[in-house]
Write a protein that binds this ligand. Structure first.
Ligand SMILES: [Fe+2]
Length: 290
């Protein structure tokens, strides 16, 4: 994936694609797309992402894709598909190694796995990407440790990374992929004033606590999911119910219906890196499905 990539958008006057310029003094508007769930999640991305980017005047897009391939993991083809639709950086989580093909793309500049894996693990946990409009955005991917794998400390992991990124840009967005709310809230407080935004992912259930913390960091405990709502967090509800009722192991299958696009839009001051607003997004599929 080239470093300076043209972002294709519908122009307001026709269908000619163009890259949105950043005007002097303009705030940077970043969209974080909540965990994309399998094929249905990708279907609603195709259906509505460009429209949201245009309506919200989005200049940079980050998407959590750890469930994008059949509900678990990511493949080279799917990463290309997601990038071609306008995503600048892909973040992952506990399912990062679910597909063996991830090894072909994990070293790519715009694909992240949690930064608090041990240092010898392939891939990287942070990046700085410059969009064509000149915006440089630092992105950090972290994973919580409570009810998840016991990785290295996600809090301490950020210290050196933020110092490195700050040499190039003040705009830093963190994907905190974690199970429990308190670990994510704690991360928000730990990073308040040090990064532009801390966005929680993994539970697939959005929380209504988006706000700007006192030192200027945008925060939300979980942005939810981009995928089928007629489900239990993306999986066919009949399967999950059977599993709860019988306690037997049953193969998971991604659900199909009632698609929702979820995420958050943040407005960030380029000079200070501080967030000025954060807004939750939840949009249903538009029109008829293929
Ligand atoms: Fe996850």
């Amino acid at each position: 994936m080239p470093k300076n990539r043209h972002k294709l958008r519908p122009s307001p006057t026709g269908d000619k694609a163009y890259a949105l310029p950043l005007h002097k003094g303009e705030k940077v508007r970043i969209l974080f797309v909540a965990d994309i769930i399998g094929k249905p999640g990708r279907e609603i991305m195709r259906n509505i992402l460009l429209k949201i980017m245009t309506e919200e005047n989005i200049q940079f897009v980050i998407a959590n894709c750890e469930n994008a391939a059949g509900g678990f993991g990511l493949t080279p083809n799917i990463s290309r598909e997601v990038f071609s639709e306008g995503v600048d950086v892909i973040t992952m989580g506990n399912h990062v190694w679910a597909r063996k093909e991830i090894s072909e793309i994990i070293e790519e500049e715009n694909i992240l796995r949690p930064a608090n894996f041990p240092p010898e693990v392939p891939g990287k946990g942070w990046t700085i990407v410059q969009a064509d409009n000149g915006i440089k955005v630092g992105v950090i991917n972290l994973m919580g440790r409570v009810y998840m794998s016991t990785l290295e400390c996600p809090f301490r992991a950020t210290d050196g990374i933020i110092e490195e990124i700050s040499k190039q840009t003040k705009i830093i967005v963190v994907d905190m992929h974690a199970e429990i709310t308190s670990e994510k809230v704690a991360m928000g407080w730990y990073l308040d004033g040090k990064v532009s935004a801390v966005i929680g992912t993994h539970t697939h259930v959005p929380t209504a606590d988006e706000r700007i913390l006192p030192q200027g960091t945008a925060y939300i405990t979980d942005v939810g999911m981009t995928g089928p709502r007629d489900s239990v967090i993306g999986v066919k509800k009949e399967i999950i119910l059977k599993r709860y009722l019988t306690q037997m192991p049953i193969r998971f299958e991604v659900a199909k219906d009632d698609l929702i696009f979820a995420g958050a839009v943040m407005e960030i001051d380029e000079k200070t890196g501080k967030a000025e607003s954060i807004k939750r997004i939840a949009k249903p599929f538009e029109g008829k499905r293929e």
